[in-house]
Design a binder for this molecule. Structure first.
Ligand code: ADP
Length: 275
């Protein structure tokens, strides 16, 4: 009889603890949702007047300003662009963290995507006098299925960094087919630069939000310190993982693999994609 009472009591206690845990979890979830909503509202509210500031700065710059005004306007343009990039990055991270991002499955041509990205960054490469190379394995199927916008974000961030932190050097984008299995192409990507490199103790933390090499680097090269966080989070959503090898003064290599379904038919035929 006594054992039964003890059992009942301990069961009650367990249930109480369980309920407390459930309530705590619900509270934490509510707080996290409220934080995400708050961040999203503030960011959107900031973006509207910022668009006006950027637009007017652009117009004033086009009106042949005096030399003294040009200096102030250029600085305004730089700050406006920085804030816009920062707000967009915060919104993106917030969307991923609150599971509001959907991964698309549409037909796309990887070769064309990489060529377009490279062309859009040619100017940055020329500015830093970098040799800029794209090598795509011919065996990669032309019509892949995936989310080209998310992939562009990953490539843009990694390649832009590689070009930014390299001067008079070389930046290579390499895509190699590793295997074709079960209608999936396993593709290995590498973004290699011969730039300033990253110290060993920073190799992991560079993927954390607001982590930049140093204040000096931040001031010299600009940037929000959120690019690699976004890269890591997007690749995570795509069930991939980013790897980094780097030596100070020699350069860095960022690499990852993607398993992408492929299609034998033309993308224009609008083939329905099945899960
Ligand atoms: P940022 O906007 O500052 O570039 P990221 O998240 O993209 O932010 O990168 C974080 C930090 O990692 C950078 O500030 C820089 O110190 C370092 N980093 C990233 N890519 C490279 C690279 N290719 N070469 C050297 N350092 C890099």
């Amino acid at each position: 009889y006594k054992i039964n009472i003890i059992r009942k009591k301990s069961n009650l206690l367990l249930q109480e603890k369980n309920n407390e845990l459930i309530i705590a979890k619900e509270k934490a979830e509510k707080a996290s949702n409220a934080r995400a909503d708050f961040l999203s509202t503030v960011s959107h509210e900031l973006r509207t007047p910022l668009n006006a500031i950027n637009g007017i700065t652009h117009l004033l710059l086009e009106e042949n300003p005096k030399k003294s005004q040009l200096h102030y306007l250029s600085s305004l343009q730089y700050s406006g662009n920085y804030l816009t990039a920062f707000i967009n990055d915060i919104l993106e991270i917030n969307k991923i963290d609150s599971n509001k991002i959907e991964i698309e499955r549409i037909n796309f041509d990887l070769k064309k995507l990489l060529i377009d990205i490279k062309n859009s960054l040619n100017e940055v490469a020329t500015k830093n006098k970098n040799e800029f190379i794209l090598e795509i394995d011919n065996a990669i199927p032309t019509h892949l299925i995936g989310d080209p916008i998310k992939l562009s974000q990953v490539f843009m961030n990694l390649i832009n960094n590689a070009l930014k932190f390299t001067k008079n050097g070389k930046v290579s984008i390499i895509a190699k087919l590793k295997s074709l299995q079960n209608q999936k192409a396993i593709i290995a990507f590498e973004i290699i630069d011969t730039g300033i490199g990253i110290p060993e103790e920073k190799l992991e933390s560079v993927f954390d939000s607001f982590s930049q090499g140093s204040t000096e680097i931040n001031r010299k090269y600009g940037g929000t310190g959120l690019g690699l966080t976004i890269v890591k989070k997007i690749l995570n959503l795509l069930e991939s993982e980013i790897h980094l090898k780097s030596n100070v003064g020699e350069g860095s290599t960022f690499s990852f693999e993607l398993a992408l379904a492929f299609n034998e038919q033309q993308p224009d035929e609008q083939v329905p994609v099945q899960e």
